[in-house]
Design a protein around this ligand. Structure first.
Ligand SMILES: [Zn+2]
Length: 474
């Protein structure tokens, strides 16, 4: 990066041969544009070490483009600001709002972690030297640097460098960044997929088909996996709900606060509206999810046609209905323990590692009339993964609990295209100018499989991007 000597180049400072910490650099005639500024996630010490080094001095960055509001794509924006970056950050308006929420949440968590670790080390008589990456003030300043750029509103970042956002169909506000770089009659078009979504997801639109690009930077998270379809998810959800009504039990759903929770609410709303299931009290028990749902409500420009047909046309709020409740205080959350069934509780965190979902699990894991419904990715070594694996005993808050609750899994909710869907999307594009596909955001095994599959389908010029290496484009 920097002055690589090449006119146009690409390099990666994160999410190269791995799936978190997205940070890529497009250099165009000496100017550097950072595509995403995400945090690494994973084992604490390693993630912390990687997150402290942005990999590029901030005075070399001429613009930042954020594809969507997931922590691993926007989580380090406040660090950029803290280190002195004063330039613009470009994102869609919905991404701007979601990013603000995520950055503030992270600042809060870090402050609490610091407090906890300080106490721990004091107890053990050790020296305390851990500091948060950034604080709330940094997050607020970063939010203030974001310029909202709607889909299909081309903007010149400088003379000869045009940015346009296309819907990526991944989460609310998610975008692909299309860069058109023109100099002395030569034009180079680079499409950065961000996280590529899927067709027929609830609420949001399908991934769009941007114009012909010379280079496509493509994510490869599920380069070796296939997903169920959304239709299956609706039917299974209905089945589980009906059974719970019969047994007067409860459904516990650990869900990510952003997108997954709103999708579930939306699906349950549809099922109730269509009379497929009776009205069951549904509680969204996560302050973060409640805040995120408010953001969904104020961004109808991101909705797909179905939601217009089913709700907006009839002046109905897709994220609010009679049997749906958003809890506020801890007392209300605790009171749910005594609530008679049938009952549905959607709560964070998505991998059961923290948050109110843990209290609900402690309360109900021993009850055979409870269903724990897994709807999202569960990383290794998390409580969520142990539940998904149907372990008969799990440890929560340092105490062992026997599991008598049933565990069901729905994998149709994934927000990432699987390898077949990704190639279907590629096939739908005009690839007459396509010179190379640059693969990022995938584990090595998935990337190798994806590269082979792409070659089979006629996309032979693909490159698995390595950390820190510079690739000339043009
Ligand atoms: Zn994402």
């Amino acid at each position: 990066m920097g002055n690589s000597g090449m006119d146009i180049s690409f390099s990666s400072l994160g999410a190269a041969e791995e799936v978190t910490g997205s940070k890529h650099v497009v250099e165009a005639y000496g100017k550097n544009y950072l595509i995403d500024c995400g945090a690494f996630q994973g084992k604490r010490a390693e993630a912390d070490r990687k997150n402290r080094n942005l990999g590029i001095p901030v005075d070399r960055i001429d613009g930042v483009i954020v594809t969507h509001g997931h922590y691993d794509h926007c989580g380090l924006l406040p660090l950029l600001t803290k280190q002195g970056y004063q330039g613009n950050i470009y994102a869609t308006p919905a991404t701007r709002d979601i990013s603000s929420l995520i950055m503030m949440d992270s600042a809060n968590i870090q402050a609490r972690d610091a407090e906890y670790l300080r106490k721990q080390s004091k107890k053990q008589g050790e020296k305390f030297d851990w500091r948060p990456l950034y604080d709330e003030r940094d997050a607020i300043r970063a939010a203030g640097q974001i310029l909202g750029l709607s889909y299909h509103r081309p903007l010149f970042l400088e003379d000869g460098v045009k940015l346009e956002f296309y819907d990526a169909g991944h989460i609310l506000g998610s975008a692909m960044a299309f860069l058109t770089i023109t100099r002395e009659g030569k034009t180079t078009r680079i499409l950065c997929s961000g996280d590529l979504g899927r067709k027929d997801k609830p609420i949001i639109r399908d991934p769009e088909r941007p114009p012909a690009a010379d280079y496509i930077v493509l994510e490869s998270t599920y380069g070796d996996r296939r997903h169920d379809t959304a239709d299956n998810a609706m039917a299974r959800l209905a089945e589980i709900a009906r059974q719970t009504v019969k047994t007067k039990g409860r459904i516990l759903i650990p869900a990510f606060a952003i997108e997954r929770t709103q999708e579930l609410v939306y699906y349950f709303h549809l099922l109730v509206d269509e009379g497929v299931i009776p009205e069951i009290p549904i509680y969204v028990d996560s302050p973060m999810a409640t805040n995120a749902t408010t953001i969904f409500q104020v961004h109808p420009e991101c909705y797909d046609e179905d939601i217009h047909e089913a709700f907006i046309k009839h002046h109905k709020n897709p994220f609010g209905f009679n049997s749906l409740h958003f809890t506020t205080g801890v007392e209300e959350s605790k009171a749910l323990n005594k609530h008679p069934g049938p009952l549905i509780i959607i709560s964070a965190d998505g991998m059961c590692e923290a948050g109110r979902i843990q209290h609900h699990l402690i309360n109900s894991i021993g009850d055979p009339n409870t269903t724990i419904l897994i709807v999202g990715y569960m990383a290794e070594n998390t409580l969520g993964r142990r539940l998904r694996n149907k372990n008969s005993e799990v440890k929560i808050h340092n105490q062992w609990f026997k599991r008598r609750a049933r565990v069901e899994e729905l994998n149709a909710f994934s927000a990432h295209a699987d390898y077949v869907e990704a190639v279907e999307w590629l096939d739908s594009l005009d690839t007459s100018h396509l010179k190379r596909i640059l693969l990022v955001h995938g584990e090595p095994k998935a990337q190798a499989a994806f590269k082979r599959y792409l070659a089979e389908k006629g996309y032979s010029n693909t490159e698995i991007i390595q950390y820190g290496k510079t690739y000339g484009l043009g």
